[in-house]
Design a protein around this ligand. Structure first.
Ligand code: C5P
Length: 222
């Protein structure tokens, strides 16, 4: 039988990509990180010194950028045309500008179309902000992951520490809260739980526990 479409949404640093990757591996599904697509456009627009609020110019950048993923452990490799951007798209600069780019309707329309193409054949785990509501409204499994801002800032803090970056916990909390606000208040497909999504609060759960809950949801639909 054909694989299912699994949509995983939620705010920044709720653990989406970590669990989405493990779930995909468990079921031999393809994992698509849609945030990486918004981050790649943002990076290229910043490099081109384009005004990030200028929809026409940012769209022109996107139209000249083929975004591809290749498998990798622990992270997938992300390419903008021939250039690997896997690490650069996680920089603080990109992180703090991505919500401006992702609020542009034309950018969303273009990326949603690419994402729907990738998901067409099923057997996919896709994570983002609007997967269950807009990209894959008919996904068999929809999950909405949440966690407290404090917990998410602490997770980011540990991730940064492992990379040798020190950012104060307070700054991280503010940045996360700000990105949540922008992502939930934009006009076009804001971050919202789809009515038929299962909400999982990961604050007090381990990664394995979250994975098990999602795996159960998938098995119920297979
Ligand atoms: O998931 P990640 O934190 O990498 O996403 C980066 C940003 O991309 C989000 O803060 C949001 O502004 C945007 N995004 C989006 N829709 C998606 C995925 C990401 O607007 N489906």
């Amino acid at each position: 039988p054909q694989g299912l479409q699994v949509a995983i949404d939620g705010p920044a640093s709720a653990g989406k990509s970590t669990v989405a990757k493990i779930v995909a591996r468990k079921f031999a599904y393809v994992y698509v990180d849609t945030g990486a697509m918004y981050r790649t456009v943002t990076l290229r627009a910043l490099q081109a010194h384009v005004d990030l609020t200028n929809e026409t110019e940012v769209l022109a950048v996107l139209q000249h950028t083929k975004i591809t993923f290749t498998p990798g452990n622990p992270v997938q490799h992300v390419f903008a045309n021939q250039d690997e951007v896997t690490e650069e798209i996680r920089s603080e600069t990109v992180t703090n500008h991505v919500s401006t780019v992702s609020a542009l309707p034309a950018i969303r329309a273009a990326l949603v179309k690419r994402q729907q193409e990738l998901a067409k054949a099923g057997g996919i785990v896709m994570d983002g902000r609007d997967i269950g509501t807009t990209v894959l409204p008919h996904a068999a499994v929809k999950v909405f992951l949440v966690a407290s801002v404090k917990e998410r800032a602490e997770r980011r803090y540990l991730e940064n520490q492992a990379k040798g970056i020190t950012t104060s916990l307070k700054t991280l909390q503010q940045e996360i809260a700000e990105r949540d606000y922008k992502d939930s208040h934009r006009t076009v497909s804001p971050l919202r739980k789809a009515p038929d999504a299962t909400e999982i609060d990961t604050t007090a759960l381990s990664i394995d526990e979250v994975v098990d809950r999602i795996a159960d949801l998938i098995r119920q639909k297979q």
